[in-house]
Write a protein that binds this ligand. Structure first.
Ligand code: HEC
Length: 452
């Protein structure tokens, strides 16, 4: 009996394998592999990009075949921390199972090139912008990076003046030196022009690690009006992560009012460690609105400094794993257009979902292996419509043991959110939700940009 079952399983398996093989066993570089690599890997694995080595030619890919197979079968590359079995996004970087299967077969067949004349041309990446011709380009103050293998987390001010009030539709950060520029989160500050004599005053660079409070930093950086009052702050106007394109919303959505005197405030720019002295000169491209803005992107956040407290309070004792949560009852119906979970170095996993007064749970996002280096802004394919009265939940797990390779303290020590100092070595727990006030028809709005 046992034997018969064994044979049956054997037959079933060979049947499954032969079916799979018949669809992928002819995989060649020119026909199957190059298009996958160009679309999913080359954006980062090309000269002057973050991926350390190039994946542009047959030789590049063939000579790294083993490492490629390992990283794609283990879903390490392309980097996309969100669980695709939970929710999918318009801006996701993922390989479909079919594509992974093709790569597997191709590597196992010793990387056949196929018709070498039919290899599609390597994508052409425009040098100064990935989106088109900007209306305005503003340089970020060039910075010398000392080659001492240290991370730097800085506040940087990028002031700019305009002849008239204007709306920005899309804002793109272009890294100067991708060896060192790791990520950027920036707000736009719009000054009341009569209350700010010189928008270019103050220190343009500020070290976030050694200074105690943010307000202090703002003062030193000339980010306040001359009378000490606060200018208008538009949070999260620009975000950059290697390989991730700028946020683009449909026309009329998400436009940001710029005054005559403004500044970008990089609330966080991370320069990664490097082995020799080098320079960075990054810049910002602004694309002005072509149609009048009609819907404002709003945001709220659960957790640290947000609309709902972290429960229990964010205190993570040394050598412990701690789970916290935050929940918020939504007062009005909204159409969610971006999700941004945020934790620091001790983060282990993150989960966000919504429970409406009636009906099924609305899944938002799940990140099973938190990676501080890949903090995406997750844009759903269509707005996620959430009715009033829904409870939005966020849950985060923190690992403050020495098993966490990102733990900044050896040995671990007790870490808290210190009321939101935002220092990388303190912790935060935030679920930032960007949304539009709900309008009928939002369910069908397409947020995914057409692929050119
Ligand atoms: C968003 C940018 C990005 C994309 C897209 C990307 N990579 Fe990477 N890749 C990196 C970075 C950065 C590293 C360096 C390791 C790290 O920081 O995680 C890396 C490392 C690697 C490594 C070396 C891993 C190791 O342990 O040394 C391989 C192999 C690799 N990538 C393959 C790929 C393949 C294949 C694709 C496409 C299917 C891809 N990558 C897409 C950024 C990217």
């Amino acid at each position: 009996m046992k034997k018969r079952i064994g044979i049956l399983i054997f037959i079933a398996c060979s049947f499954i394998f032969s079916c799979k093989e018949s669809s992928t066993n002819n995989a060649t570089y020119s026909k199957d592999i190059a298009p996958i690599i160009y679309k999913n890997c080359t954006p980062c694995h090309r000269p002057n990009q973050i991926g350390h080595f190039n994946l542009q030619t047959y030789t590049d890919v063939q000579s790294n075949a083993k490492a490629i197979l390992y990283t794609v079968s283990n879903h390490l590359m392309p980097p996309w921390p969100a669980d695709i079995h939970y929710t999918r996004f318009a801006n996701e970087l993922v390989l479909e199972d079919k594509e992974i299967e093709l790569i597997k077969t191709w590597v196992n067949n010793k990387c056949p090139i196929g018709d070498s004349n039919a290899i599609p041309p390597v994508p052409n990446y425009p040098a100064r912008s990935l989106l088109g011709t900007p209306d305005l380009t503003i340089p970020v103050i060039p910075r010398k990076i000392i080659g001492d293998f240290n991370d730097q987390f800085l506040l940087i001010k990028v002031p700019f003046a305009l002849p008239t009030e204007t709306y920005a539709h899309t804002i793109e950060f272009v890294p100067g030196n991708t060896n060192v520029v790791h990520h950027v989160n920036a707000d736009i500050v719009r000054f009341n022009e009569t209350k700010k004599a010189n928008v270019f005053d103050g220190n343009w660079v500020h070290n976030t690690v050694t200074d105690s409070t943010i307000k202090d930093a703002y003062q030193k950086m000339g980010m306040l009006h001359d009378d000490g009052s606060y200018p208008t702050l538009h949070r999260n106007a620009m975000n950059y992560l290697p390989g991730v394109m700028a946020q683009e919303y449909p026309d009329g959505i998400g436009d940001i009012l710029l005054g005559k005197k403004n500044a970008f405030l990089f609330s966080d720019i991370h320069y990664g460690p490097y082995w020799e002295d080098t320079w960075d000169s990054s810049y910002i491209n602004i694309f002005f609105s072509k149609t009048p803005p009609n819907r404002t992107v709003k945001e709220f956040q659960l957790g640290t400094l947000g609309v709902s407290p972290v429960l229990p309070a964010l205190i993570i004792p040394a050598d412990s794993i701690v789970t916290v949560c935050s929940k918020y009852v939504l007062p009005e119906p909204i159409s969610v257009i971006t999700l941004n979970p945020h934790m620091h170095l001790l983060g282990k996993s993150f989960w966000g979902f919504a429970v409406p007064p009636s009906g099924d749970t609305i899944p938002l996002i799940r990140i099973n292996n938190w990676d501080f280096n890949w903090q995406n802004y997750y844009k759903p394919k269509k707005p996620i419509v959430i009715p009033a009265g829904t409870v939005i939940y966020a849950q985060g797990v923190y690992d403050n043991t020495s098993k966490n390779p990102f733990n900044p303290n050896k040995p671990p020590k007790t870490i808290t959110d210190k009321n939101g100092t935002m220092r990388t070595t303190d912790e935060m727990f935030q679920f930032i939700i960007m949304y539009l006030e709900y309008q009928k028809g939002d369910e069908e709005m397409v947020l995914e940009k057409e692929k050119k």
